[in-house]
Design a protein around this ligand. Structure first.
Ligand SMILES: Cc1ncc(COP(=O)(O)O)c(C=O)c1O
Length: 376
């Protein structure tokens, strides 16, 4: 038999797991974006991923690929320049570039907490936070989402150096961490606070410098993770913190050391996009008014999220309901995705709706009309 057609034993195991996932209604497939549909799904909250002057690099000097890890032959002038620029933009002593937000969280959390230390993370933390902590040799607890009492209960049991990890805006629920209170609690327990700003980078703050800067607490945070693949419309991420933290990560973070550095194009795009965002505060104002409109247009009984950020959604009872509801909206011309367990907890499956600055009022009203109809 042709070896290509031969099913090896492990594939039978994999197939069984896929069948099980289909039976449970959580089966995932890759879908090409249909450009005819109205985007209520992407993380391109401000539309920067579509701005030609950010992404059309033909007039700029572009070096070839980085061709190595930063620690070998891949450290180019543009990496060092962008890190200085990012540190200035996010008001930090230093910045270290990573190839993605996933890698940045993994990089910090797997290397900084040591054996005997304790990490406390919000139960709704992104999987890259959870995986990073698991890769470290530190002990850890999840605390109930945004529940400071539960956090303090768990802090009482913490040993060694203590780390508290949160997202400034939660990726699935769209709500904010109580950052000011967290700074106070971290101070009380001498804990280091780590904030993943994935969903506030490019949005909050005077020019998109995120929620910590908007609240004026950036200097109280041990490490801030900014990602450039969401509202910034580019790719990559940076860890902002002290020069000691940067030096440590360069020495101990495997996700930084053992990978090829970002190419020049990515670095130029990040700077173009951040500069563009700085000049366009109107985009963030427009996005906020679109979010208000969306929330106002929904009927009071709709099970919407408690979020005034671009991440919105309607929670249903299970994966099948989420798929059925999403299919109905897709059929009506909206690019929308169901979010299934295990990405969210069982019973909290939902249709995730991202509002953008570029969505027209008519598009938003039309979307809300269809959501309201579905629940009548
Ligand atoms: C909270 C959070 N952190 C990190 C990431 C990963 O960022 P990136 O897409 O740059 O890898 C995501 C992406 O979904 C996220 O939502």
């Amino acid at each position: 038999m042709n070896s290509i057609n031969k099913k090896i034993k492990i594939e039978e195991v994999l197939e069984e797991k896929l069948i099980k996932r289909k039976e449970l209604g959580g089966y995932r497939t890759l879908k090409l974006i249909d450009s005819q549909q109205i985007d209520f799904s992407s993380n391109d909250y401000l539309g920067l991923a579509q701005v030609a002057e950010i992404h059309n690099l033909s007039n700029q000097y572009i070096d070839n690929g980085a061709a190595g890890s930063r620690l070998l032959s891949g450290n180019k002038f543009y990496h060092e320049n962008i890190e200085e620029y990012i540190a200035g933009f996010f008001n930090s002593q230093s910045a270290l570039l990573y190839n993605s937000g996933y890698m940045a969280n993994l990089g910090v959390l797997s290397s900084v907490p040591q054996k005997g230390d304790t990490v406390l993370m919000d139960e709704l933390s992104h999987i890259c936070i959870k995986e990073g902590v698991r890769l470290s040799r530190a002990g850890y607890f999840n605390f109930k989402h945004n529940d400071l009492k539960d956090l303090e209960r768990k802090l009482a049991k913490a040993e060694g150096n203590i780390f508290i990890v949160v997202e400034s805006i939660y990726s699935m629920d769209g709500d904010e961490a109580p950052l000011v209170d967290l700074v106070e609690i971290a101070g009380k327990y001498a804990a280091a606070l780590i904030v993943d700003e994935a969903h506030s980078t490019g949005l909050h703050g005077d020019f998109g410098d995120g929620l910590c800067c908007a609240l004026g607490i950036e200097e109280e945070i041990f490490a801030r993770i900014y990602t450039f693949g969401k509202a910034v419309g580019a790719h990559g991420a940076a860890v902002c913190g002290s020069s000691i933290l940067k030096e440590y990560l360069i020495n101990y973070s495997r996700q930084f050391i053992y990978t090829t550095a970002l190419p020049h194009q990515s670095v130029v795009t990040i700077e173009n996009a951040l500069e563009y965002r700085k000049q366009r505060p109107d985009l963030w104002s427009k996005l906020k008014s679109n979010i208000d409109l969306y929330r106002k247009e929904l009927d009071p009984g709709i099970p919407k999220l408690n979020s005034d950020h671009p991440i919105q959604g309607v929670v249903v009872e299970n994966s099948k309901s989420a798929v059925d509801f999403a299919n109905y909206l897709i059929h009506e011309g909206f690019d929308i995705r169901p979010i299934l367990s295990p990405t969210v907890a069982k019973g909290k499956e939902r249709v995730r709706i991202c509002i953008h600055a570029f969505n027209s009022e008519e598009e938003i009203a039309n979307l809300c009309y269809h959501i309201n109809q579905y629940f009548k």
